[in-house]
Design a protein around this ligand. Structure first.
Ligand code: NAD
Ligand code: ZN
Length: 256
C-alpha cells in the first residue's frame, strides 16, 4: 500500500511538471469524469446502462424507429443530469484553465458539467443535452423549456418527436466540434486523457492524432485502456476526483 501511494505521488509530481513545462495542454474527457457526480458511465456495472443497453437505445436507428421508447432512457438520463453537480475533477480542470495551464477541454460528455464547474473553453464532441432538435425540419429549442412529465416533446412546426442535440451511435460528429478538436490535438504538446475507455471513435483517435504530432499523452483512469502502453506515455490509475485536485495542489506548491 505504501509503495503504491509513493508511486502515485511520483506520478502526480511528474504530470504537474509536464503541465507546467507544456506550451499548450488540452484535456480529453469521457463519462468517467462524471461518475463521481452520480452519472454512471457505459462500462461500469449497475445504474442506468444496465437498464438500457446503449447499443439498443443510443443508436440513431432506435430513435428513428421508436422515438417514444428511446425517450424513456433520455428522460432518466436527463433527470440524473439535472440532479448532478460538478465534482472536484471538473472543478480542478476549471482551476487549471484559470491558472493559464489548460487551453481547452474536449469532452465526449453531454451533461454540461464542465461548464457548470467553471471551464470556459469546452468543445462538446458529442453534442449537448441542453438543446432539442427536430430531425425533420431543423427546429431547435432549449431542453429546459419543456417538462420531463410531457415526454416525448414534439416539434411545434411539424409535430415530429424532438431529439436531444446529442450524437447517437450512427450519427456524424458536429463538423465544427470535430474541426476544433482535431486542430487542438495537432497543436498541443500535452494531452490529459481522463475517464474515457477510448473505444468510441473518432473521439478515441484524438490522443493518437496529438501523439503523432509530437504531444505527450497522460491518462487518468480507474483502469488501463487500449491507449495504455501504446499511445499514452503513462497512466495515473485512480479516480479523477482525487487525482486532479492533487495535481492542482502540487502545481500550487511548486510555484509558491
Ligand atoms: P465509457 O463508459 O466507455 O468509459 C468510462 C471510463 O472511465 C472507463 O475507462 C472507466 O474505467 C473510467 N472511469 C470510471 N470512473 C472513473 C473515475 N471516477 N475516475 C477516472 N476514470 C473513471 O465512457 P466514454 O469513453 O466516455 O464513452 C462512452 C460514450 O457515452 C461517450 O460517447 C459519451 O458521450 C457517452 N456518455 C456520456 C455520459 C455523460 O455525459 N456523463 C455518461 C455516459 C455515457
Ligand atoms: Zn419539425
Amino acid at each position: 500500500m505504501k509503495s503504491e501511494l509513493d508511486a502515485r505521488g511520483a506520478s502526480i509530481k511528474r504530470v504537474a511538471n509536464d503541465i507546467v513545462d507544456s506550451r499548450k495542454t488540452i484535456a480529453v474527457t469521457g463519462a468517467g469524469i462524471s461518475v463521481e457526480s452520480g452519472i454512471p458511465d457505459f462500462r461500469s456495472a449497475g445504474g442506468l446502462w444496465s437498464k438500457y443497453d446503449p447499443e439498443e437505445y443510443a443508436h440513431i436507428s432506435a430513435f428513428r424507429s421508436d422515438p417514444a421508447k428511446v425517450w424513456q432512457m433520455i428522460k432518466d438520463m436527463m433527470e440524473l443530469v439535472l440532479g448532478a453537480e460538478p465534482n472536484p475533477a471538473h472543478i480542478a480542470l476549471a482551476e487549471l484553465e484559470r491558472m493559464g495551464l489548460l487551453q481547452a477541454v474536449i469532452t465526449q460528455n453531454v451533461d454540461g458539467l464542465h461548464q457548470r464547474g467553471g471551464s470556459k473553453e469546452v468543445v462538446e464532441f458529442h453534442g449537448s443535452n441542453q438543446w432539442l432538435v427536430c430531425l425533420s425540419c431543423g427546429y431547435r429549442r432549449e431542453s429546459s423549456s419543456f417538462s420531463l412529465e410531457d415526454i416525448p416533446p414534439r416539434c411545434p412546426q411539424c409535430n415530429s418527436i424532438l431529439k436531444p442535440d446529442v450524437i447517437f451511435f450512427g450519427e456524424p460528429i458536429p463538423a465544427e466540434a470535430q474541426k476544433k478538436s482535431f486542430e487542438a490535438a495537432r497543436t498541443s504538446d500535452l494531452v490529459l486523457v481522463i475517464g474515457t475507455s477510448a473505444i468510441v471513435y473518432p473521439a478515441a483517435g484524438i490522443p493518437t492524432l496529438a501523439k503523432q504530432n509530437g504531444a505527450k499523452v497522460v491518462e487518468i483512469n480507474m483502469e488501463p485502456t487500449p491507449l495504455t502502453g501504446f499511445v499514452s506515455d503513462y497512466l495515473i490509475q485512480g479516480s479523477a476526483g482525487v487525482i486532479l485536485p492533487q495535481i492542482v495542489e502540487e502545481i500550487r506548491k511548486q510555484s509558491s
